[in-house]
Write a protein that binds this ligand. Structure first.
Ligand code: AMP
Ligand code: ZN
Length: 114
């Protein structure tokens, strides 16, 4: 999908407004518009990557998870605990095809997930 047609490319570049949690040169974290927990933040690379299957770069994946942990710290859930989720593909429940992880917390998470 061309980046200009991608919702998360547009959010990551600031073309579409979002509630920014933190960002750096490569990563962008913002509040999910339909939160599933008291804390629900999405972390994306600014550069377009369709999903986990397309993310060949170790360094980028490392930074994505590192940013998820920074988000948890900033939102005050690092100690209480949180969940990081990467829905991938149709059966994985992915609806936006730009790589992202969900950072969820602020309540007790249950297992198994739906
Ligand atoms: P997924 O289903 O894993 O692909 O996650 C996509 C997520 O993006 C969902 O949790 C949506 O609520 C969220 N989302 C969709 N549009 C927006 C938006 N404009 N701003 C923030 N979050 C959004
Ligand atoms: Zn994109």
């Amino acid at each position: 999908m061309p980046a200009r047609d991608c919702l998360f490319c547009r959010i990551g570049s600031g073309q579409i407004p979002s509630k920014v949690v933190l960002q750096d040169d490569e990563m962008f974290a913002f509040e999910d518009i339909n939160p599933q927990a008291p804390v629900h933040v999405l972390v994306i690379p600014k550069r377009h990557i369709g999903g986990l299957n397309d993310a060949g770069e170790r360094a980028l994946l490392g930074r994505l998870l590192e940013t998820a942990a920074l988000v948890a710290k900033k939102k005050g859930i690092a100690e209480s605990g949180y969940r990081v989720v990467a829905n991938t593909g149709r059966e994985g429940g992915q609806t936006v095809f730009h790589l992202h992880v969900h950072v969820l917390g602020g309540r007790q998470m249950t297992w198994p997930p739906g």
